[in-house]
Ligand binder design. Structure first.
Ligand code: ACO
Length: 224
């Protein structure tokens, strides 16, 4: 497997990978019925492309000699930069979205994030935000997601970030991030995320039970 930074030449292929995998089978997307496997979603594609433009994202490409699937994208990790005020702005903008399912998902993510000011808490002015971790179903269980997280940290380090953050929506991504030194910061049980009538807004399937916000601080030799 080759791990590479995603450049603009690959954006279309990455979106195609996400349509066939993450868009349909990430736990919240699945609970909201966001889209069919292989189908697109305008808002999520826009969100993914905006993240790609930050040029911090990586892909795993199958370049095993003689492989029938040579050249396929096996997995991606899409990372973006988060500045103070970005999440508040994104939440405001969300009110104008006409995609009710997309809105349900991102309202949960943004509102949960806004419960704490990570910038003040960690004394940073930018955060390396791990937004999308996705492995093609044909390549799962081979350690690719773990390796993508490991390498994302190297990218963050090369760019001098002091804080990484991720909103992990499922039990496996939470485990993977913890195995790479991320620490749970806050959680939201899906069963307790309800509307005014007490109905669960996102009926996420087991074994996934909660959203977990995880962080990892990076230390450098010249840090005081
Ligand atoms: N069942 C049991 N264990 C699992 C599973 C599973 N379905 N998936 C991963 N694991 C465990 C592995 O056993 C392994 O544990 P170990 O190190 O103790 O052996 C560990 O998690 C790491 O597994 P990887 O092989 O690195 O994970 P993989 O490459 O299969 O990718 C991923 C995992 C990204 C969650 C993949 O299943 C996927 O793309 N799912 C759909 C999209 C999704 O949910 N993405 C995460 C959302 S959160 C976010 O994007 C920030």
């Amino acid at each position: 497997m080759e791990y590479k930074l995603i450049n603009p030449d690959n954006y279309e292929r990455v979106i195609d990978h996400l349509r066939r995998n993450f868009f349909a089978d990430e736990p919240l997307n699945r609970a909201a019925g966001l889209c069919q496997q292989g189908g697109g979603n305008k808002e999520l594609e826009h969100h993914s492309l905006a993240t790609l433009h930050d040029q911090l994202s990586l892909m795993a490409v199958d370049e095993r000699d003689g492989s029938e699937t040579y050249g396929q994208i096996a997995g991606v990790i899409l990372n973006g930069v988060l500045h103070p005020g970005d999440t508040e702005q994104a939440l405001d903008k969300l009110q104008y979205s006409s995609d009710i399912n997309y809105k349900k998902i991102f309202e949960l993510l943004y509102r949960h994030s806004l419960q704490v000011d990570l910038f003040a808490r960690y004394d940073v002015d930018r955060i390396f935000d791990v937004r999308i971790l996705s492995v093609d179903s044909r390549y799962r269980g081979q350690g690719i997601a773990k390796e993508l997280v490991k390498r994302a940290e190297l990218v963050a380090r090369q760019s001098g970030y002091h804080l990484l953050k991720a909103d992990a929506t499922g039990i496996f991504s939470q485990k993977i991030l913890r195995s790479q030194g991320f620490e749970p910061f806050s959680e939201q049980l899906y069963a307790k995320y309800t509307n005014e009538e007490g109905l669960i807004i996102l009926p996420v399937e087991a074994p996934h039970i909660k959203l977990q916000l995880l962080t990892k601080q990076l230390k450098y030799d010249n840090d005081k």
